[in-house]
Design a protein around this ligand. Structure first.
Ligand SMILES: Cc1cc2nc3c(=O)[nH]c(=O)nc-3n(C[C@H](O)[C@H](O)[C@H](O)COP(=O)(O)OP(=O)(O)OC[C@H]3O[C@@H](n4cnc5c(N)ncnc54)[C@H](O)[C@@H]3O)c2cc1C
Length: 353
């Protein structure tokens, strides 16, 4: 039956592509409509690369942690990590010589141990370490169960794979409108009307404004982050990503470059670079001028968990709001969405308020 289901996905970021992947695997005809000229040109372009279920805690809003939101996101993250690993293997991207896990740096060992207690209460296992190479001499927690990989490389490979399996991609379509008519919802670009059985909005930080004209509220904020790429200096470098809790940023050593990325709503990349001059002065001294400076908006749901599910309009769905966890949650979120649409399964954990 699923062979006859036609689905439009709006957005070719990590979430839209993963949704397409799960739907094509279930035999659906998928068309992805993207405003920009290729896959992963929005927020998914240059993230920190961490597949980190360990960081499922919603970013602090000054309130107590929402345990229910944490558990939902953490469960999904663990499942998604396994799906991503399998998918990277099948796409020929998985590098098994890479040291798994991510490190989080702390100002002192007491702070690291305090945090370790909190993580442990939430079911997240970590090891306290202080190592000259791995943590640049900083007290840290090591999350061995996390992974890391270049999300954009994955997105590009996934898009090519989807095309080879029959998915259609329409790029450079910035003026898309979603309309509600007698025959259900349609996507319209420059007067052309695309009919389908279902439309999934995976437009990242733009999802709210796309749905607002239909009176659908997707409560999100967009948190700007920066990424700065450098040629790798020829010196000993950390072998797994280092996170800095204070600045919500990370240093990641990819195969062919070093990336500093993160911060929240700063006006420029300067605070990011300044922070890493404090944390890693020896490495920063050796870096040549940046090869690329980029910024993107994290689509951060106000609920502390993504929105994956139906809207009040039949046939119109959302998969967005993944905030700082979008790479980690991508494969799992696509899987949930496909199960809802194709198999009719409901999952109330991620419903729109
Ligand atoms: C600096 C930084 C570091 C990060 N590090 C990590 C990390 O280490 N681990 C992790 O798990 N997550 C991380 N994230 C978060 C993760 O990158 C995002 O959650 C994820 O990329 C969001 O994917 P998306 O597909 O929802 O959005 P996007 O990648 O933005 O995709 C949405 C797409 O929809 C398109 N679109 C928008 N409007 C329309 C329209 N009207 N018509 C057609 N197309 C439209 C956009 O052009 C875009 O391509 C990081 C984010 C940032 C900014």
């Amino acid at each position: 039956m699923s062979e006859s289901i036609n689905i439009i996905i709006v957005g070719a970021g990590l979430i839209g592509l993963s949704t397409a992947d799960a739907l094509v695997s279930r035999g659906c005809n998928v068309t992805v409509i993207e405003a920009r000229s290729g896959p992963a040109c929005g927020t998914s372009y240059a993230n920190s690369g961490m597949i980190h279920p360990s960081q499922s805690r919603p970013w602090s809003t000054g309130k107590q942690i929402d345990l229910d939101a944490f558990t939902s996101v953490h469960d999904l993250a663990l499942k998604s990590r396994t799906l991503l690993q399998d998918r990277m293997i099948s796409l020929g991207l998985y590098r098994d010589n890479v040291v798994p896990g991510c490190y989080k740096l702390f100002p002192d060992m007491m702070a690291a141990r305090e945090a370790q207690k909190r993580y442990s209460q939430e079911g997240v296992t970590s090891r306290a370490v202080l190592d000259a190479d791995a943590t640049l001499g900083h007290p840290a927690l090591y999350f061995e169960a996390d992974l890391w990989a270049n999300a954009r490389d994955y997105a590009v490979a996934l898009e090519a794979d989807l095309k080879s399996r029959g998915a259609v991609f329409i790029y450079d379509a910035p003026n898309l409108r979603i309309r509600r008519g007698q025959d259900g919802v349609t996507a319209q670009i420059r007067g052309h009307v695309f009919q389908s059985d279902h439309i999934v909005i995976a437009a990242g930080p733009q999802s709210s404004e796309l749905l607002a004209p239909l009176n659908i509220d997707v409560p999100m904020t967009a948190l700007r982050g920066f990424a700065v790429n450098f040629e790798k200096p020829s010196m000993a470098l950390p072998f797994a990503p280092l996170m800095d809790a204070q600045s919500h940023s990370a240093m990641t050593i990819f195969e062919d470059h070093l990336r500093l990325s993160g911060t929240v709503n700063q006006a420029s990349a300067r605070p990011l670079l300044q922070r890493w001059c404090e944390l890693a002065p020896d490495i920063m001294r050796e870096l040549k001028p940046a090869t690329e400076i980029w910024s993107g908006l994290r689509p951060m749901s106000k609920a502390g968990r993504p929105y994956i599910g139906r809207t009040p309009i039949p046939g119109l769905w959302v998969n967005t709001g993944h905030g700082h966890m979008g790479w980690t949650l991508s494969a799992g979120s696509g899987d949930i969405m496909a199960k809802m649409i194709v198999d009719g399964k409901t999952d109330e954990r991620f419903k729109l308020p």
